[in-house]
Write a protein that binds this ligand. Structure first.
Ligand code: ZN
Length: 182
């Protein structure tokens, strides 16, 4: 079966994605793309976020799974909705940097250690075109930086200080899970 997510080696992952004009956010095309991104993310057991280029669309949009924003993991409480970030910019980055294990749906079978700013603030527009600001730390901060990189054609494997191949994605992800608890 063809992978629904664009994989490393496809030039679309290396393009600088184009901004979405504010007037286009409500368009059928963009709304359909956002819906497709949420669906693709939901289909990935260990996926936490997805950028539009990963579905072959070089546009400045990423979606983060709602579960990432849940403070306490509780089976009884449904996850908050996925969050959509359109035309995101990293406005503040902490001086302090931390190391974390990362994987990417576009680089299957590998995971690596990446050093990133511990905290990252993102300013963007939501799926209704309203301005949003979100302060992310820990895992969320790393995700913001990973996703903004996608929109500039950068993959985590370009920055990783250590990469491990693991054909068995389950075990790679399990190790990831151990390390940052997603
Ligand atoms: Zn990625």
């Amino acid at each position: 079966m063809k992978d629904p997510i664009v994989q490393d080696g496809d030039p679309v992952l290396r393009m600088k994605a184009a901004p979405v004009p504010k007037k286009d956010i409500s368009s059928r095309k963009i709304q359909a793309l956002i819906a497709k991104m949420k669906k693709a993310l939901a289909a990935e057991e260990f996926g936490v976020a997805l950028a539009a280029p990963q579905l072959g669309e070089p546009l400045r949009i990423f979606v983060v799974a709602g579960s990432v924003f849940q403070e306490k993991k509780d089976e009884q409480i449904p996850s908050p909705p996925d969050r959509v970030f359109i035309n995101p910019t990293l406005t503040r980055l902490s001086k302090k940097k931390v190391e974390m294990s990362e994987g990417c749906l576009s680089v299957r079978g590998k995971y690596g250690t990446v050093i990133r700013h511990e905290k990252a603030t993102v300013k963007a527009q939501d799926e209704q075109g309203n301005p949003i600001t979100y302060h992310g730390s820990g895992l969320v901060g790393h995700i913001f930086q990973h996703e903004c990189d996608h929109l500039d054609g950068i993959l985590y494997i370009d920055k990783a200080v250590h990469i491990e191949e693991d054909e068995d994605m389950q075990s790679a992800r399990a190790k990831l899970k151990e390390k940052h608890g997603v």
